[in-house]
Design a protein around this ligand. Structure first.
Ligand code: CA
Length: 236
């Protein structure tokens, strides 16, 4: 099936280059120049990936992304002339999957789009809590859902509610990369009321607790710009 890409870009010369690069690769591309047009298109729910410029005539791409992430996990690549670290970090924290700076190589852009789509297909966003297997895991971890506890190397971790739910979600699918948005949806009762940075904060405290038990293992991995995963055994 052809992936449908929504391009939001107010500069026609750039839009043409992107459109050409992506249609050459067999993608279907819709091009919009305004935030409000883009939101109308997104509301139809027919797009597989969003390429988003940040400086748009009727608003900011970052604001659009922030609103979008309250209800949608659509893979998003930011394409911006703004190379400030703050924009990058903010864009990724708001849930963008990748960030490409103008000027860019059209072929590289197409390759990145393909990579994002591949990851998303492999990691479907719907997580079935029933797949969390009681008591599983590995020599490293053991979940005790009755007591809402997790043991790591045979020691019960002293976890807060959020840390417990975060780790349980990660353990449900070891090695799978969860975006911050996906973790929020699973763990926080009202994800819209929290900020994705909360995920980072709780991951940090969780890591510290794991480190107390096994100082060198660091089973939680950070995937820059993507999110987190957990490994449950030594892969060396
Ligand atoms: Ca622009």
């Amino acid at each position: 099936m052809t992936a449908h890409i929504l391009l939001i870009e107010d500069e026609p010369s750039i839009a043409e280059v992107v459109e050409f690069a992506l249609t050459s690769e067999g993608f279907q591309v819709s091009w919009r120049t305004l935030v409000r047009e883009a939101e109308a298109e997104l509301a139809k729910g027919s797009c597989d990936l969003l390429i988003l410029d940040l400086g748009l005539p009727d608003g900011s791409g970052l604001e659009l992304l922030k609103r979008l992430r309250r209800s949608s996990e659509i893979p998003t690549l930011i394409l911006s002339a703004r190379n400030a670290e703050l924009d990058r970090v903010l864009g990724l924290e708001l849930g963008a999957d990748d960030y490409v700076t103008k000027p860019f190589s059209p072929r590289e852009l197409a390759a990145r789009v393909k990579a994002i789509l591949k990851r998303t297909v492999r990691n479907p966003p719907v997580i079935d809590q029933a797949t969390v297997v009681q008591g599983v895991c590995s020599a490293w971890f053991e979940i005790d859902e009755v007591r809402a506890a997790i043991r790591f190397h045979n020691q019960t971790l002293d976890l807060t509610r959020y840390e417990y739910l975060l780790l349980k979600t990660l353990l449900a699918q070891p090695e799978r990369v969860f975006s911050r948005g996906q973790l929020m949806d699973q763990v926080w009762p009202d994800p819209t009321a929290s900020f994705e940075r909360s995920v980072d904060t709780h991951i940090k405290t969780l890591r510290a607790k794991l480190r107390e038990i096994a100082p060198t293992l660091d089973p939680i991995r950070t995937h820059r710009g993507l999110g987190y995963s957990v490994r449950i055994h030594d892969d060396s």
